[in-house]
Write a protein that binds this ligand. Structure first.
Ligand code: HEC
Ligand code: HEC
Ligand code: HEC
Length: 331
């Protein structure tokens, strides 16, 4: 029995010494030209597939992936964040990206073998040691669904063409802020100081958003100031569907009078710019308002203690009602 232990100990010693030699003396060749040892690629890829399948979120958490606003938002984000590696549909990847190990698959191939919830996990988490990055804002897995909606549309060959992002910075901003509704707010009703402050917060991560962090990080520092004024509302009519008048009434009641636990929203969000304590929210898209109230409610964004306190006691139905009310209120 002792001899068995001794043999095992000696073998472990050799193994350890070998590992020290490989790591310490640089014997393992990390060159991307050499690729992986035979079998290693298979092991890595199989681990990757099974790891994703095990952890992918339930589709019950997913919004309607066929929503055109959601797909358009995902497409615009994809255009700057993902095309450098995965290319646009119908375009080639650059020769340099194809020389990566592992090479980022072309988008048509990247979407082929995954279900939407698996793509969500991959885009949110990234893939260690492969160059595939994680979503830039932790806790904003809600935003990832917009990219998944775009990828799912690519998969069934029903995706819109990607926006042209080679123009000036301002038209890059307006491509989202003046042409989309859904989760994208309008900027024309906001004060320049507020816009400047939010851009700084998105850039340094204080206000978490992977989409806006990406957009703000592309703005040359000298151009920031020029991006706080001169915006218009949405070019097309906002799609205001019929809404249950009871829900609308409840929203109005909460906004104007509040309850014992919920302060009146209009005390801070109503009136004109001079006496408002929060940003203008009347006329913002319904989906945007809903997302923002949920973030404040969950404390994912809590920079303002009073606003956080105002949202903390809201129920899901309150949020529905308030979003319905404020989105239909004239700015
Ligand atoms: C710096 C390059 C890079 C960027 C930027 C990048 N990816 Fe990737 N991506 C990769 C690489 C490399 C892989 C392959 C990983 C592997 O096979 O182990 C990958 C894999 C994927 C996969 C899984 C496909 C498969 O079967 O391997 C999807 C889906 C994906 N990326 C989507 C995206 C989206 C969406 C974005 C933008 C938000 C993005 N990627 C940004 C490099 C990148
Ligand atoms: C890919 C689409 C997209 C692009 C491009 C984009 N934005 Fe945004 N923007 C969004 C979304 C989505 C939000 C909401 C983010 C959140 O959840 O916090 C937002 C939020 C904002 C806000 C906060 C507004 C508020 O009511 O609090 C400001 C300010 C803003 N963006 C300015 C800009 C500027 C300036 C640019 C150009 C550099 C730009 N955005 C480019 C999609 C975009
Ligand atoms: C004490 C003042 C105050 C009260 C009361 C208040 N808010 Fe706010 N709210 C703010 C401030 C300040 C912000 C901006 C904070 C920041 O981004 O740093 C804000 C942000 C928001 C936003 C995000 C807007 C955007 O453009 O990003 C929404 C939506 C919102 N509030 C809705 C509500 C609702 C609905 C109520 C009532 C239940 C309410 N607020 C009550 C002060 C208030």
């Amino acid at each position: 029995m002792r001899r068995v232990f001794l043999t095992l100990a000696v073998l472990a010693g050799f193994g350890f010494a070998g590992a020290v030699a490989v790591v310490g003396l640089g014997l393992y060749n990390v060159s991307a030209q050499v690729g992986h040892w035979p079998g290693v690629s298979w092991v890595l890829h199989t681990t990757f597939r099974n790891s994703v399948a095990l952890r992918a979120p339930s589709m019950e958490d997913a919004p309607d992936l066929s929503d055109p606003d959601l797909i358009a938002l995902g497409a615009s984000h994809y255009a700057t964040a993902c095309t450098p590696c995965h290319a646009a549909p119908g375009e080639q990847r650059s020769a340099t990206m194809q020389a990566m190990v592992p090479a980022p698959p072309h988008i048509d191939e990247a979407v082929a073998h995954w279900k939407p919830n698996e793509m969500h996990w991959i885009v949110e988490n990234g893939i260690k040691m492969s160059g595939m990055p994680a979503w830039p804002a932790k806790e904003r897995d809600d935003e990832v669904w917009s990219v998944v909606a775009y990828l799912a549309a690519v998969k069934v060959e029903n995706a819109p063409t990607l926006p042209d992002v080679t123009g000036d910075t301002k038209s890059y901003c307006t491509a989202c802020h003046e042409r989309m509704g859904g989760r994208v707010p309008r900027l024309d009703i906001l004060e320049p100081d507020y816009i400047a402050e939010k851009l700084r917060e998105y850039r340094d991560g204080t206000r978490p958003s992977g989409i806006m962090a990406q957009a703000a990080s592309l703005v040359p520092t000298g151009e920031m100031a020029a991006l706080t004024t001169g915006f218009s509302g949405r070019a097309t009519d906002r799609d205001v569907a019929d809404v249950d008048p009871v829900l609308l009434g409840r929203g109005e009641e909460l906004a104007r009078r509040g309850t014992r636990d919920i302060p009146t929203c209009l005390a801070c969000h109503g009136g004109d710019a001079a006496n408002r304590r929060g940003p203008a929210i009347a006329g913002q898209p319904e989906a945007f308002l809903k997302v923002q109230m949920e973030l404040w409610h969950d404390g994912i964004y809590d920079a303002d203690p009073l606003m956080h306190a105002a949202a903390r006691e809201l129920t899901e139905e309150d949020i529905e009602a308030l979003a319905a009310y404020f989105s239909r209120l004239q700015p």
